[in-house]
Design a protein around this ligand. Structure first.
Ligand SMILES: *Cc1c(COP(=O)(O)O)cnc(C)c1O
Length: 400
């Protein structure tokens, strides 16, 4: 084959293909993205698109901790952890994380994406297999790809299919088997069947890694996540999480047994080959962990408000999949409907973002609740969703 030197042509064709299929991604300007009221492309709207679940982003104690750390330790470490980027504050923070997760040890990463990438690829190689829920987060998928391990996907939350995959893995004679799943699914808002998974993990001798990105802070005693709520945290080998959602700061981590963490520290390329997080972020996370633990009231409110929101939508016949959390998708048959729905929603001053393939298999508009939403704001959103949904449905009938 000859080399195609026409880059312009290639890029333009791909872009017009994306645009034609309603899959083109664009950036939209937002100010105050963590507040319940925000300005989206110059327009005041109710914000149902933030992961500031407990309302902790911008908390005065976090702000102060970040400023203090900045004043004391400067803007950057300018070095990776294994060179000179490991400070007293980081060591203290990792102990704090381990204690929050009740594990022996924890390791901080730059963010959640790099945690999944680095942990999975450190643990597994081409003789191994990862069995993964089909709707797991992209960072898990990318970690598996980089690892070179075989990738078996089971149908979303289908424990029978998971067992079939485990049997297949045993039959093929792989060296190691890792089961990995989101606990609360980021685009569907449903929750993994952790008791089934634990049973199967034991039965087939697999290890289990849980991504608690959307559960932590929001769910479980002290906001420790779904594994704690379901009382399977002790049997879970690896707990992964992010500080950029309910914690309101930034950064990712992995927690588990001391030897596992040591192994990951030695092998994880996304841990080794990058500059450590700046002191201000370390200070911010350190301040936010105790705040998350104390946020029992906000957690209860988030739960109650999510129920109120979901019930309101279900009563109107709006399809929200199997959501049982603060993440609530409105499902559509195609990309165009999802886009038109979110545009209509904006006209009614509510922000919810369309999520399309390849991020998900079915187009939807994803809405997220925060403890800081008032019931009045949620009621307004339900009303807006009702009107927007009707108008989009009307249109789609018209076009057919
Ligand atoms: C957001 C998210 C991540 C990535 O975390 P970041 O800290 O934003 O990089 C990983 N897994 C899941 C399930 C997520 O929703």
């Amino acid at each position: 084959m000859t080399i195609d030197t026409n880059w312009e042509n290639f890029i333009e064709e791909e872009l017009s293909r994306l645009s034609f299929k309603n899959l083109e991604r664009k950036l939209y300007k937002v100010s105050h993205p963590t507040n319940t009221e925000t300005i989206y492309e110059g327009k005041e709207v109710l914000n149902f698109a933030s992961s500031n679940y407990l309302g902790l982003a911008g908390h005065p104690e976090i702000n102060k901790a970040m400023k203090d750390a900045l004043d004391k330790h400067g803007t950057s470490t300018t070095a990776s952890r294994l060179i000179t980027g490991h400070t007293t504050a980081v060591e203290k923070l990792e102990k704090q994380i381990a204690s929050f997760k009740e594990t022996e040890a924890a390791l901080l990463f730059s963010n959640g994406y790099m945690t999944n990438l680095g942990v999975i690829s450190a643990l597994l190689g081409r003789h191994d297999v990862v069995i993964s829920d089909r709707l797991n987060h992209a960072s898990i998928v990318d970690g598996i790809r980089i690892s070179g391990a075989q990738h078996y996907r089971y149908r979303h939350m289908d424990s029978c299919h998971l067992e079939t995959m485990l049997k297949k893995a045993i039959m093929k004679g792989f060296r190691k088997v890792l089961i990995v799943t989101d606990t609360v699914f980021s685009m569907d808002g449903d929750s993994a069947k952790l008791d089934d998974i634990l049973y199967l993990k034991d039965k087939y001798g697999a290890a289990l890694m849980l991504d608690e990105a959307h559960a932590e802070g929001a769910i479980g005693p002290f906001g420790r996540g779904l594994a704690y709520k379901m009382n399977v945290h002790k049997e879970t080998d690896l707990h992964m999480g992010t500080f950029s959602k309910a914690f309101g700061v930034y950064g990712g981590y992995i927690a588990g047994k001391r030897t596992w963490i040591k192994f990951i520290l030695n092998k994880s390329r996304s841990f080794i080959y990058t500059t450590s997080l700046p002191p201000s972020i370390i200070g911010g996370i350190s301040a936010s962990i105790p705040l998350v633990k104390k946020s029992e009231t906000a957690r209860r409110q988030l739960d109650e408000k999510s129920i109120f929101f979901r019930k309101g939508l279900i009563k109107l016949g709006i399809p929200i999949g199997n959501s049982n959390t603060h993440i609530v998708p409105v499902m559509f048959d195609n990309e165009l409907q999802a886009i038109n729905f979110s545009k209509k929603l904006l006209e009614f001053k509510v922000l919810g973002v369309p999520i399309r393939p390849p991020t998900v298999t079915t187009a939807r508009v994803r809405l997220t609740l925060m403890a800081t939403h008032s019931i009045e704001q949620i009621s307004r959103a339900i009303k807006a969703i009702e009107m927007a949904y009707e108008s989009v449905r009307g249109e789609s009938v018209l076009y057919k």
